[in-house]
Design a protein around this ligand. Structure first.
Ligand code: PGA
Length: 243
């Protein structure tokens, strides 16, 4: 089943979350043939859990810490997230890597911790513009995947991957669907049966073009997910009966 995921990043207070979900749930009501996921900031998870109860929209977090508990000021554990109804966590997003200095080693610990707690990681990988221009895209992706999944034998059907070229995120300059397809195929050849989402400047106009590629199994949407109508349009672009 395709996965349409909203990454709100550092946007929306609990009150704004409630207003968004009130509208969004109405817009996607009855949609069953795709998985719909929203990943609000930690401070909105509680209100989101209450609102999503019994709906067709799942709840995800944007980050986690791999330790179970203890002296880790400012961090949030997977048990804490689980109790709030979180079933997915975005791990290794490029903003975590490049703004907050997350290393491949830390990302690996987070992926392992998620799997141990039965929370599904959405592992993000993607090349920077200079790596792309140097023809290094596939090498970078392979290395990020190998390091993030080190020590895990078989992740098929336990993890989702998001291919998010760093230069395409928030830039209004998406990869072409053909470029995404090539990288997605490469990821599946490496890992076997995993869902691979595309992310980076997805919007209601281009969503269908990405989803029509054989190895694009969903989308991870930032900016265009902040408006409920726009994210609902993206979700609907994935529905087979919408043509
Ligand atoms: P964008 O962000 O849709 O604003 O490009 C995507 C992401 O960072 O997940």
């Amino acid at each position: 089943m395709e996965l349409l995921a909203a990454n709100w990043k550092m946007n929306k207070t609990p009150k704004e979350t409630k207003e968004y979900l009130e509208k969004f749930l109405g817009l996607v009501e009855g949609i069953k043939d795709v998985e719909i996921l929203v990943c609000p900031p930690f401070t909105s998870l509680c209100v989101a859990k209450e609102m999503l109860e019994g709906s067709n929209v799942k709840l995800g977090a944007q980050n986690c810490y791999h330790e179970q508990k203890g002296a880790f000021t400012g961090e949030v554990s997977l048990d804490m997230l689980k109790e709030l109804g979180v079933s997915y966590v975005i791990v290794g997003h490029s903003e975590r890597r490049w703004i907050f200095g997350e290393t491949d080693e830390l990302i690996n610990k987070k992926v392992i911790a998620c799997l141990e707690k039965d929370i599904r990681p959405i592992l993000c990988v993607g090349e920077k513009i200079e790596e792309r221009e140097a023809g290094m895209t596939l090498k970078v992706i392979e290395s990020q995947l190998k390091l993030a999944l080190s020590g895990l034998d078989d992740v098929s059907n336990r993890i989702d991957i998001a291919y998010e070229p760093v230069w395409a995120i928030g830039s209004g300059n998406p990869a072409t669907p053909e470029d995404a397809q090539l990288v997605h195929r490469f990821i599946k050849d490496l890992l076997g049966d995993v869902r691979v989402l595309y992310g980076g400047s997805v919007n209601p106009q281009n969503a269908k073009d990405f989803l029509s590629m054989p190895d694009v199994d969903g989308l991870l949407v930032g900016t265009a997910s902040l408006d409920p109508s726009s994210f609902a349009q993206i979700v609907k672009a994935s529905c087979r009966d919408q043509g």
